[in-house]
Design a binder for this molecule. Sequence first.
Ligand code: FAD
Length: 316
Amino acid sequence: MAEVVVLVGHIADQVRKPSLELLTLARRFGTPVAVCAGAADAAVDTLARYGAARVHVIEAEGIEDHPLSWVQVLAGLAAETAPELVLLESSPDGREVAARLAVRLGSGVLTDAVDVRPGPSGPEVTQWAFGAAFTVTSRVTAGVPVVAVKPNAVAPSPEPAEPAVTRGSLRLDEASLRTRVVSRVARADTGRPQLTEAEIVVSGGRGLGGAENFALIERLADALGGAVGASRAAVDAGWYPHQYQVGQTGVTVSPQLYLAAGISGAIQHRAGMQTSKTIVAINKDKDAPIFELADYGVVGDLFQVIPQLLEEIARR
Ligand code: FAD
């Protein structure tokens, strides 16, 4: 069976959700081989639950400050096992590692993938272009394909396996790595899921009328277990921090449910959310462009609709 190498991200014993999505995608091709740094037993158990046939645990002091050292690890593994595919998360680090790995392997790289499927001549990769107005299907034609996949491309599904666990060590050669993380700034812990990974996103726009009214959006997000997003108009007005801006000049989200309240649905906002599985819009203007996109629309005042929604959620 073809092997697919998956670079796994985890925090202590918690495997990050995008990695579970990669394992789910890898199973379409054959046996997933998970590669991770110094994982605790609980993390290995999670990888087993999601079908990892082999788990390579790399022990290397300081590897978290040298994300590019994964290029060396993955290149070594690819040379040894000739996998059908290497999958990484399409995050800033993931894309950087993917590009350098492809150079090292003399192969091709595709980033920001939203789907990967077996095809007659190798893995076929789907990407979106121009704010998801176009869908592009591509294939790497030389060497081992290296593909960086966006979070939420697929719902992670378990399929238990009994992986062989191997532990290897790596001596980091700082001089040849050339880059090092010098500081990390933690985001304020809101207790909510990360915006780009959340299954539910509740976003507010100019229709909220002021920063203080974002509390209503936060209450709804908390009631649904989701993340909070904002339109650029709301961010530019200083009502919510820029890191939560959804759209062309913000982040791209693709949750199972996207709820837009007081957002008109400008093309630049759509670019960041139009691939959400289900879109719900609350807007008092029945002609707002967001309704062209929404699966469910509520024409009404968000200050009346959201409290009713909260009441209903609390009742269930
Ligand atoms: P508006 O367009 O003003 O819409 C507010 C909506 O709220 C209206 O539809 C109104 O009917 C409704 N409303 C008002 N009161 C209520 C109420 N009480 N109850 C219910 N509904 C109500 N925008 C982004 O969002 N993200 C981006 O990344 C982004 N990037 C951009 C990049 C460029 C280069 C440019 C030029 C623009 C960009 N924009 C972006 C801005 C974008 O064009 C829009 O201006 C912006 O999305 C509008 O935000 P909004 O929908 O919150 O505000």
